[in-house]
Design a protein around this ligand. Structure first.
Ligand code: GDP
Length: 315
C-alpha cells in the first residue's frame, strides 16, 4: 500500500483513552458517512472493551442516503450499539446525541451518577465542528488538513452529562488496502502520505461500479453503460481532457486530473456518494485478516522465536 504516515499523536491519544476508559459509560465513535468501515478504528474496541458505543455517521450531507440507511441498520443490529447520522454543523444535534447516549446507559444519570461519554474519531472527521456546535461557540480549532492536535476537553452537555474529547487518531497499519485509499480520498490522511494519482485511480475504481451516472454527468463522459467496465486510467485521462487538464503536446496532465476528481469527491461536486456498503467492507476486512495472519505467520517463521518486547504492530 502506498499510503504511509507517521501517526504522530497515536501513543498520546491511546494513553488518553486508556486513562479515561475506566470512568466512561458510552464511547462515541465518529465515522465518515462516506466511508464508515474504512474510517472505523480497528484498535478502538481493544482499547474500550465492552463499553456501550454510539456510532455517529458524520458528513451525512455528503453521503448517499440509501447507503447511510444500510449502515445505520447494520450498526443498530450490533449488541450495545446505536448509530446516528449527522452533519456536524446541524443546528441542534445535541438532543439526539444525548438521547442516544442515555438509552445506551439507562442506569446512569442524576448529579450523583453523571453519564460520562468519550468521543473518538479519525482526523478530519468533523469532531471539532461537532464540539463547536455542541458548545455553541468556537472552542475547538477546525481545519481542512488532517492532524490538528488538541488537549482533552470536557463539555457538560447537561448537569449530569459529561462529554470528553480525544485528539483525532489513525492507527499504525491499515490492513484493508481499499480502506487506505478511501481514507486518503476523504482527506483523513495528510497529503504527503500518498500519491494523488494512485488514490484517484482507486477512487474511480470504486465510483465506476455504483456511481457511473454521476461520473458521466459531472465530466460529460459518453456511453454511461460502458463506464463500469472501462479501464481506470482511461477514465482518468478522459476526465482530465474534459476538464482541460492538458500539458504541452496534447497529453493529459494526470496529476491535475487526479486532483480534480479527488476535490470533486471531497466537496460532493460529484454528488452524494458512499464508497462502501457494510457487506462489501465486511468481505474486504475478512480477506485482509486472512492475508495479515498469513503474513505474520510467515514473518514469525522467518524471524524464529522472539520473546518480550511489544512492538507497534501489537496494538
Ligand atoms: P476534526 O479534525 O475531526 O476536528 O475535523 P473538523 O471539525 O476540523 O472538520 C474537518 C472539515 O470537515 C472542516 O472543513 C469542516 O468544515 C468539515 N466538516 C465537518 N463536519 C462536516 C459535516 O457534517 N458535513 C460537511 N459537509 N463538512 C463537515
Amino acid at each position: 500500500m502506498a499510503i504511509q504516515w507517521f501517526p504522530g499523536h497515536m501513543n498520546v491519544t491511546k494513553k488518553a483513552i486508556i486513562d479515561r476508559i475506566k470512568d466512561t459509560d458510552v464511547v462515541i465513535e465518529m465515522l465518515d458517512a462516506r466511508l464508515p468501515g474504512s474510517s472505523s478504528n480497528p484498535l478502538l474496541s481493544q482499547l474500550t472493551g465492552h463499553r456501550a458505543r454510539l456510532k455517529i455517521l458524520n458528513k451525512q450531507d455528503l453521503a448517499d442516503p440509501n447507503r447511510t440507511d444500510a449502515w445505520l441498520a447494520w450498526y443498530n443490529a450490533q449488541p450495545s450499539t446505536r448509530a446516528l447520522a449527522l452533519d456536524a454543523g446541524e443546528k441542534a444535534p445535541a438532543q439526539r446525541l444525548i438521547q442516544a447516549c442515555r438509552a445506551l446507559a439507562p442506569n446512569r444519570g442524576g448529579m450523583d451518577k453523571p453519564l460520562r461519554v468519550l468521543i473518538c474519531g479519525i482526523p478530519n472527521v468533523g469532531k471539532s465542528t461537532l464540539m463547536n456546535t455542541l458548545v455553541g461557540r468556537k472552542a475547538a480549532k477546525t481545519g481542512d488538513e488532517a492532524g490538528v492536535t488538541r488537549i482533552e476537553q470536557r463539555i457538560n452537555l447537561a448537569d449530569d452529562f459529561y462529554l470528553f474529547d480525544t485528539p483525532g487518531m489513525l492507527w499504525p497499519k491499515i490492513i484493508v488496502e481499499k480502506g487506505g485509499y478511501h481514507l486518503a480520498a476523504s482527506g483523513a490522511v495528510g497529503r504527503n502520505a500518498y500519491d494523488d494519482e494512485e488514490v484517484a485511480l482507486e477512487l474511480i475504481e470504486s465510483l465506476k461500479r455504483s456511481y457511473a451516472h454521476l461520473l458521466a454527468d459531472r465530466y460529460r463522459l459518453d456511453d454511461v453503460d460502458a463506464i463500469p467496465t472501462r479501464h481506470d486510467e482511461l477514465l482518468l485521462e478522459d476526465i482530465g481532457r474534459k476538464r482541460g487538464a492538458m500539458m504541452s503536446g496534447g497529453r493529459v496532465n494526470m496529476a491535475k486530473a487526479a486532483e480534480i476528481i479527488i476535490n470533486d469527491f471531497r466537496s460532493a461536486a460529484l454528488g452524494r456518494i458512499t464508497l462502501e456498503t457494510p457487506e462489501e467492507f465486511a468481505a474486504w476486512l475478512a480477506r485482509a485478516k486472512v492475508l495479515e495472519a498469513e503474513r505474520r505467520a510467515l514473518k514469525a517463521e522467518r524471524d524464529g522465536p522472539r520473546k518480550g518486547k511489544q512492538t507497534r504492530k501489537d496494538w
